[in-house]
Ligand binder design. Structure first.
Ligand code: HEC
Length: 151
């Protein structure tokens, strides 16, 4: 259990340390953030289903990494970065910048509310965790459907 919480904390730390390189390679930075998001979502899903034992520290680690990623993700979509060979970002991100901003705002509002609800010790039990993180997990699909292309 502890290793999950530590891994999530390590991901969050790596993200902040690599900010300088991130500016040089925004595609790598935004993909790394999404991989962190996916890892936290998998940990969250595992705990919600009972496949992974719930602990407040692990719940908080998942939520704060989701929040850090949601707050920084939008910074890595400079003009021209939609045509990189290795990106699945849709041209719609730049064609409908207001819509993408709204999707980002929805994502960070959900993660911010979860972080707020989680307190400094993490949601006390798995039901409180589900209530906090559920809206975050519900936001993945709508953004991907609108702003990601299948390659
Ligand atoms: C506000 C929009 C948005 C939200 C919300 C969002 N994503 Fe993403 N996601 C994207 C975009 C855009 C990409 C494509 C990035 C690229 O390839 O440049 C992406 C890519 C990914 C990838 C592929 C990363 C890679 O290495 O290519 C995964 C996995 C992923 N998202 C998981 C998630 C999960 C899980 C959630 C919900 C907890 C989520 N995303 C929420 C926009 C979003």
């Amino acid at each position: 259990m502890k290793s999950f919480a530590l891994a999530a904390a390590a991901v969050a730390l790596t993200m902040s340390l690599s900010a300088a390189q991130a500016a040089d390679d925004p595609v790598a930075a935004r993909k790394a953030l999404m991989q962190s998001v996916a890892t936290s979502a998998a940990l969250s899903g595992g705990m919600m289903k009972g496949d992974i034992a719930y602990s407040p520290a692990a719940g908080r680690a998942a939520i704060v990494s989701l929040n850090a990623a949601a707050l920084s993700f939008g910074a890595f979509f400079p003009a021209g970065s939609g045509t990189a060979a290795n990106t699945t970002a849709s041209p719609k991100i730049w064609d409908d910048a207001a819509g993408f901003s709204a999707a980002l705002a929805k994502f960070s509002a959900a993660t911010g509310a979860a972080a707020q609800a989680s307190g400094k010790d993490g949601p006390a039990d798995v039901d409180a965790f589900k209530a906090a993180v559920g809206p975050v997990l519900a936001s993945c699909k709508s953004c991907h459907e609108a702003y990601r292309v299948q390659k």
